[in-house]
Design a protein around this ligand. Structure first.
Ligand code: GLA
Length: 454
């Protein structure tokens, strides 16, 4: 029987992790690492499955994340290994100039034959490819001819835990490559890079990591995760407008005064490169197409309300009335995905107004935020249909134990539930969660800083 303490997943001590990683690097590659770079995982208060519809998301970076130790090579080889026992299959090797988008006909891909979609190394390959693409147009990021690297990875995030371990890997890797292979990095060694990276640089690097995941890995990410990892601020929630990817850091103190946000990793891993995520996205995109919008956010006014959602749904019903399917997809399923996206957008805007102090006179801000979280879960469960039994049980249990609110976060089909609860309720909650599954782990969501050099 585990003790309650064992249920908590600690972020670890960065300096200790770095020094352990450095000695493992030396053992593996027979030379010292040139540095270590870190990128955090994320939790999201609201805004799931709407980044690719240009909706608003409200992510925070975790203290947990991925560390990458690396040293440059001049022969164009990229050699990678992870210390995560569940992913490690030795050193993988690829020529950097052979990495490219999956769809590009005739591309050699990697030296390894038949590498499956979503192999962890592809996220690192993708980061280097996308940096080279970015550097072709942006001189600060121009990658040195013949650049390659030896890389060792370790993560304090649960893999596939819905806390954006993939984006953390991409973002930590791209920072390592910037540091070791571009003019900006070479002119600003070690942690000088942190001050040298402007907000615009970070925005460009986040966009490059999206390209890595979409084009090289082949997963349908929408930019939420990479933006959180690359642009988060300590103590803040980012209000991310996915119409233009501008961010506004908002204080989260008003929610956390007397409360805590906990991510409950259900222990059921999800894989984003799986078809179910794209399937849900395709339903919502078919609905948008029927309504005549490229981006679903444009179906709602600037400050949307519930009535606006009903209006769009009525319009959908009118347009679908004579049809047997919408772009070959089930009409009712498309309508549910549409309703999730629209109501999720309304919830995000409401939270934005609450947290930015625009909603004066809301006295019980924590319970209002809690209710929004729980409504978000119901929508993930019933309309987006991306929830699963353990997540639903965790939400029910958290609410029964006095949480203010709880919801599934991330892409779904596995992953984590975010719980807003007073600290006094935590011992009962942990005891109750342990009865649901022995694989459950708790993570304290302490809004943390973005990706950086150590
Ligand atoms: C995954 C994707 C993100 C986002 C979320 C769901 O994490 O990578 O872009 O779509 O799912 O909100």
């Amino acid at each position: 029987m585990r003790t309650s303490d064992a249920v908590w997943l600690a972020p670890g001590e960065p300096q200790e992790i770095q020094s352990d990683l450095a000695s493992r690097f030396h053992e593996e590659y027979g030379r010292p690492a040139s540095g270590t770079w870190f990128a955090p995982g994320r939790a999201n208060l609201n805004g799931e499955h709407i980044d690719f519809h240009a909706g608003r998301c409200l992510p925070m970076a975790l203290a947990h994340g991925t560390y990458v130790a690396a040293a440059p090579r001049e022969d164009g080889l990229l050699r990678l290994r992870t210390l995560d026992a569940s992913l490690d299959d030795g050193v993988t090797t690829v020529f950097a100039d052979q990495i490219g988008p999956r769809a590009q006909a005739g591309f050699a891909g990697t030296i390894e034959e038949d590498e499956p979609t979503g192999h962890w190394s592809q996220y690192v390959h993708g980061a280097l490819w996308a940096l080279r693409e970015l550097g072709a147009a942006q001189p600060d990021f121009h990658v040195t001819e013949g650049f390659g690297a030896d890389v060792l990875v370790v993560s304090t995030l649960p893999i596939g835990g819905g806390l954006s371990s993939s984006a953390a890997l991409e973002c930590a890797s791209i920072l390592a490559f910037v540091a070791l292979g571009t003019p900006l990095g070479l002119a600003n060694p070690l942690d000088d890079l942190n001050a040298a990276l402007t907000r615009e640089h970070r925005k460009q690097l986040a966009a490059a990591c999206v390209r890595a995941e979409v084009e090289v890995v082949g997963a349908g990410t929408g930019g939420l995760d990479q933006t959180a990892a690359m642009r988060a601020r300590a103590g803040k929630v980012l209000s991310l407008d996915c119409r233009d990817f501008n961010v506004q850091p908002l204080d989260i103190g008003c929610i956390l005064r007397g409360y805590r946000l906990i991510a409950v990793d259900t222990g059921q891993a999800h894989r984003l490169a799986d078809g179910q995520f794209s399937d849900r996205r395709a339903d919502a995109e078919a609905a948008a197409q029927l309504l005549g919008f490229d981006r679903l956010r444009d179906a709602l006014p600037e400050k949307p309300r519930k009535a606006d959602v009903l209006h769009v749904l009525e319009e959908f019903d009118r347009l679908a009335e004579q049809l047997e399917s919408v772009a070959g997809r089930d009409i009712e399923a498309c309508r549910r995905r549409l309703r999730h996206a629209l109501t999720e957008m309304v919830r995000s805007e409401k939270l934005h107004h609450l947290l930015s102090g625009e909603a004066y006179g809301v006295r019980h801000i924590t319970s209002t935020v809690g209710d929004i979280l729980t409504a978000g879960h119901m929508s993930m469960r019933d309309d987006a249909e991306v929830s699963f039994t353990v997540a639903d049980l965790v939400v029910e249990t958290a609410l029964a134990q006095g949480a203010e609110g709880a919801r599934l976060i991330g892409g779904g089909f596995g992953g984590s539930v975010l719980v807003l609860i007073a600290p006094a309720g935590l011992p009962r909650l942990t005891a109750a969660l342990e009865k649901i599954s022995r694989n459950i782990r708790l993570i304290d969501v302490a809004p943390s800083a973005a990706a950086h050099a150590l």
